[in-house]
Design a protein around this ligand. Structure first.
Ligand code: URA
Length: 230
């Protein structure tokens, strides 16, 4: 590995002044929601991008629709080589309607710039299209409800590589509960098409554990090799 490049990458991401602060934002309150409504993971059919985006925008398949500000569909290059899949929108993403725009998102953008193809070259979405209150983990019914939207996004992008960012994305895409530390560093395959899939740490985790950034550099280098056909 080129140590100069790596140092640049670490400098870009090491960002010592990025000290975690206690959030001043008040805890979000989960309003009463009707959990008796039917949850569906029905296929979405074969909509094109605008039709799929409209379906997601109007989705009421799970209870999260009652607490979201808006859905967060995905963003980026719809013909990308890389499809980056995170967990779920956070509070910033819920407000802005775009994935990975908060502090973790800024670090992901740095990672993609320094060790990957750049944020503008990839398509980014999440396992869930709605923000779970208080950033709690997605529930299995919510993941099931959202699954066909993600499947259709994967069909439409036809990526050469999926980068699963963090535990929730990795576990749901690979149907495993193996820790991320043991899933990263090698190539998996997703779905009937066997799309190469690389797991890396979630940038929110890297903000808390900066020493792990070296490993995320290696993961992105591995992903680059695969998407370049090496
Ligand atoms: N974390 C995620 O996993 N996705 C986002 O969009 C933002 C934060």
């Amino acid at each position: 590995m080129n140590s100069h490049l790596r140092n640049e990458y670490l400098a870009a991401m090491g960002i010592r002044q990025w000290v975690l602060r206690e959030s001043a934002a008040p805890a979000e309150v989960s309003p009463e929601v009707d959990t008796t409504q039917p949850v569906t993971d029905a296929p979405v059919g074969s909509p094109d991008w605008p039709a799929l985006q409209a379906q997601v925008a109007g989705c009421t398949r799970c209870a999260l629709h009652a607490t979201r500000t808006q859905t967060v569909f995905g963003t980026g290059n719809r013909s990308a080589d890389w499809l980056v899949i995170g967990e779920a929108p956070g509070a910033d993403e819920d407000r802005q309607g775009e994935p990975f725009v908060g502090r973790a998102g800024q670090l992901l953008t740095e990672m993609l710039r320094a060790a990957g193809p750049g944020r503008e070259a990839v398509y980014i979405t999440n396992i869930l299209k709605c923000h779970p209150p208080n950033n709690r983990d997605p529930q299995s019914d919510e993941v099931a409800s959202c699954h066909s939207y993600l499947e259709r996004q994967i069909e439409l992008v036809k990526p050469r590589l999926i980068l699963a960012v963090g535990r929730i994305a990795a576990h749901n895409l690979l149907q495993t509960d193996t820790p991320v530390g043991r899933l990263r560093g090698r190539v998996h395959h997703y779905g009937p098409a066997g799309i190469p899939l690389v797991v890396t740490y979630h940038p929110a985790y890297l903000l808390r554990s900066p020493l792990e950034k070296r490993k995320s550099w290696d993961d992105l280098q591995l992903a680059l090799q695969i998407s370049n056909g090496q």
